[in-house]
Structures are given as structure tokens and as C-alpha cells.
Design a protein around this ligand. Structure first.
Ligand SMILES: [Zn+2]
Length: 224
């Protein structure tokens, strides 16, 4: 059954088309901004109107979904821009859903783009406070769902965050909003370009990536 193209096509079990792909998009607060991400050639950060235009091209190419990362105008200790109803992602989601209602819009849910220290959570006494952080992540997910996001995608590595987000989305009337799980995140240089694109570097977070798994603890990856 592998002798010719036609025979192989007849028994092919796996197909990959653009509709299976998700395009990450980086939205920056402000107007008329379009800037190259140095560490990711061909990828740019857009303010909202450029983002809407780019998403139109992405949808036109048959890509099934976009995944939004936000870069706020200002960062603070508690990452409050992440769960602000008028935050950059919330406004971008509304604009995208209005312009491209059929395009699936997924939102990254994390605090690191919004915190001044660049960690993915709330820092108390020099350590990320897991339980307070998951409350803030749930608050972020709810604000994204309220803006119209089709799905939310937590990318932090806090313990228990998916359960808390699910519970609170359900409580707030968003039981139909799915949570897209990222793979487990290992401490790795592969995150460098993403952190660069999302401007979530700080000297502190670069030196001490607190929450990503060490590559030597493989079983832990199934419990996040
Ligand atoms: Zn993060």
C-alpha cells in the first residue's frame, strides 16, 4: 500500500492543513505601532488596528486561530494590566472579534508581560506567591472571556491554575470557554525569543526563572 502516491494518499491517516495551525500575534498598547521582533525574523508587534489587519491576512491564508500576547503601556508589581477590562488584550479581542467574527481568538493568560519584575506571578518576600497568583490568573481569564475570547491559554507554571481558572470561569457564566493547555514548560533557551517578543524580560526574571520545570524532572510535567 506504499507503492504509489495515490495508494499512500488512500491510506493516509494524518493530514495537516492551515486550519490546524495557530498564529501567535503580539499586540502592543498605543497607535500606529508596527515593530520587528529582533529574535523572531518576520514576526512583528502591532498596535490594535495593524493587528486587525494582520489577523485578516492570517485568516485569509486559512489559518484556524490566533493566539494573542499583550504588551501593556505600563507594568507594575502585581501585573494589573493583565486583568484590566480596558487592557491591551481585552481591547484587541473586542476589535478582532468585531472585524473577524469567525476567526478563533485564543488569549495567552500570564502575568509576566505585565509585571515590572518579569516573573509570571505575584512576588511576595522574594518568592512567587502561587495561590495569590492563580487568583489573578483566573481574574485575567474571566476578563478575556468577557471581552469575547474563544478560549484562554494559561502559560504560567503555577500549581493548580487550570482547576482554579475552570472553576471561576464556570462561576462567572463562562462554562463554554475552553482552556487550552500549553505543554509543560521547561527552563530552556527556547523561551528567549518569546520573552523578547512579549517584552517580559527583566534582569531579575532572566537570572531566576522561578516557575519553569528543570529538564531533570520529567514526571512533574504531567501534573501541571
Ligand atoms: Zn509568564
Amino acid at each position: 500500500m506504499r507503492r504509489t502516491d495515490a495508494l499512500r494518499g488512500l491510506v493516509r491517516e494524518t493530514e495537516l492543513s492551515p486550519s490546524h495551525l495557530i498564529q501567535p500575534l503580539f499586540v502592543v498598547a498605543g497607535e500606529g505601532i508596527r515593530e520587528e521582533v529582533e529574535s523572531m525574523p518576520g514576526i512583528e508587534r502591532f498596535s490594535i488596528s495593524g493587528l486587525v489587519e494582520e489577523a485578516g491576512e492570517v485568516a485569509g491564508a486559512g489559518v484556524g486561530a490566533v493566539l494573542l500576547f499583550g504588551i501593556p503601556a505600563a507594568k507594575d508589581e502585581s501585573g494589573s494590566g493583565a486583568y484590566d477590562d480596558e487592557g491591551v488584550v481585552q481591547m484587541a479581542v473586542r476589535a478582532l472579534k468585531e472585524a473577524h467574527p469567525d476567526l478563533v481568538v485564543i488569549t495567552d493568560v500570564c502575568l509576566c508581560e505585565y509585571t515590572s519584575h518579569g516573573h509570571c506571578g505575584f512576588v511576595r518576600d522574594g518568592e512567587v506567591d502561587n495561590d495569590l497568583t492563580i487568583e489573578l490568573l483566573a481574574k485575567t481569564a474571566i476578563s478575556h472571556a468577557e471581552a469575547g475570547a474563544d478560549a484562554v491559554a494559561p502559560s504560567d507554571m503555577m500549581d493548580g491554575r487550570v482547576g482554579t481558572i475552570r472553576h471561576q470561569l464556570d462561576e462567572e457564566g463562562h462554562s463554554g470557554t475552553p482552556i487550552v493547555a500549553y505543554s509543560a514548560k521547561y527552563a530552556s533557551a527556547f523561551y528567549g525569543p518569546f520573552r523578547d517578543a512579549a517584552e517580559s524580560w527583566s534582569a531579575e526574571s532572566r537570572r531566576r526563572p522561578k516557575r519553569r520545570l528543570p529538564p531533570t524532572t520529567s514526571p512533574a510535567s504531567t501534573r501541571c
